[in-house]
Design a binder for this molecule. Structure first.
Ligand SMILES: [Zn+2]
Length: 365
């Protein structure tokens, strides 16, 4: 990555182009490795710092002023209000789940003895996203797969799992000749009543299991329509619960050059260096709006409330025959996003054209 970065002249590249480079070169470069290795968090952070620095500052030193939106937000999906940069930790977890999938499907022929690069969190995600139907028990890992009414035996009886000397037996092998019991280290110094209780609970459930010797085990992935594993679905599942924004319709899906979209994305989050934000940091700024010279420049003032700018919106509204484009006097907006939402709801036969027009006017202002 550093080699690539040194060859690029980030200063002369616009931010939208730097974003493309971050996504399609810096990120995709490491994906292959991430799918096979359990990469330490520190390394992911280092990679993230490189991506962050290039996006915001090109080849220059990254300072607080250049970093306009925090990285966690920028790395969200576009639907979630971010730039759609991949979150490396979550994406690599999703990539590595394919190993567990392949193990269950016996796709790589080295079942049970190989150690997958999956972390505990990854395994839990896998358990929550799959349904297992017991057949002959050959493809199911007794301890690791959630075959017992949707739960893993190691979760039902964690202390028994601890004293088992063969943790990688298949379901069939574990049930054969009572291997499950033979595997237990009963002379273990820590053997206690808790072990016994959990063992009884587990045994009670296991004895109700019947293997079907003629049918293979079946595993389905709950997050796709056809029941097969897709990395994308495993990645997106990790964002469930985060709020959705309308940025895709407002910004990313409309007709405008990428630099205008990028600017609009910053503007809607009030991340443009207007005078109020410069003042808050104690940086040099004009005391009054340079257009009307009447009041302090804020994001919402600059784009909607300045009387100079209102005349522009009036003229555009008349020209394009759109009513309500110019903000009415005494119509206070909480934020730029508030105002953009109002604009996006204007009645129009061609919503996308209208949104594009609005974005281009904002860019010109
Ligand atoms: Zn003004």
């Amino acid at each position: 990555m550093t080699g690539k970065l040194n060859a690029w002249n980030g200063r002369n590249v616009t931010m939208s182009r730097r974003l493309t480079l971050v996504k399609s070169v810096l990120t995709s470069q490491v994906i292959h490795l991430l799918s096979a290795l359990r990469v330490p968090k520190g390394i992911l952070k280092l990679i993230d710092n490189k991506r962050k620095q290039f996006l915001w500052a090109g080849n220059e030193v990254l300072t607080g002023g250049k970093c306009k939106v925090n990285w966690i937000r920028a790395a969200r999906s576009k639907k979630g209000g971010g730039l759609g940069i991949l979150h490396l930790g979550k994406f690599s977890r999703a990539l590595r789940l394919r190993w567990l999938w392949k193990l269950c499907k016996k796709e790589n022929g080295q079942w049970l003895d190989s150690e997958t690069p999956c972390t505990t969190k990854g395994k839990q995600l896998f358990v929550a996203s799959t349904t297992i139907t017991v057949g002959n028990g050959d493809n199911i890992s007794f301890w690791e797969n959630a075959w017992l009414q949707g739960r893993r035996p190691r979760d039902i009886a964690p202390t028994v799992h601890n004293i088992s000397r063969r943790k990688n037996r298949s379901l069939r092998a574990a049930l054969l000749n009572n291997n499950l019991v033979r595997d237990l280290d009963l002379l273990n110094a820590h053997f206690s009543a808790a072990h016994f209780r959990e063992y009884c609970e587990l045994w009670h459930q296991v004895t109700q299991t019947r293997l079907h010797h003629d049918t293979p085990d079946n595993i389905t992935w709950k997050l796709t329509a056809d029941g097969t594993f897709k990395t994308k679905s495993a990645y997106e599942a990790q964002f469930i619960g985060s709020s959705a924004t309308s940025f895709v319709d407002f910004i990313w899906k409309i007709w405008a050059p990428p630099k205008c979209k990028m600017f609009s994305w910053l503007a809607i989050q009030n991340r443009i260096w207007t005078a109020d934000r410069l003042a808050a940091r104690g940086w040099p700024h004009n005391n009054s709006c340079v257009l009307c010279r009447a009041t302090q420049e804020t994001g919402i003032h600059l784009f909607a409330e300045c009387r100079f700018v209102k005349r522009i919106w009036d003229a555009i509204g008349t020209w394009a025959r759109i009513e309500g484009l110019s903000p009415a006097t005494g119509q206070p907006f909480q934020s730029v996003e508030d105002w953009r939402t109002m604009l996006a709801r204007l009645p129009s036969n061609e919503a996308k054209s209208l949104r594009s027009l609005i974005m281009l006017v904002i860019w010109k202002i």
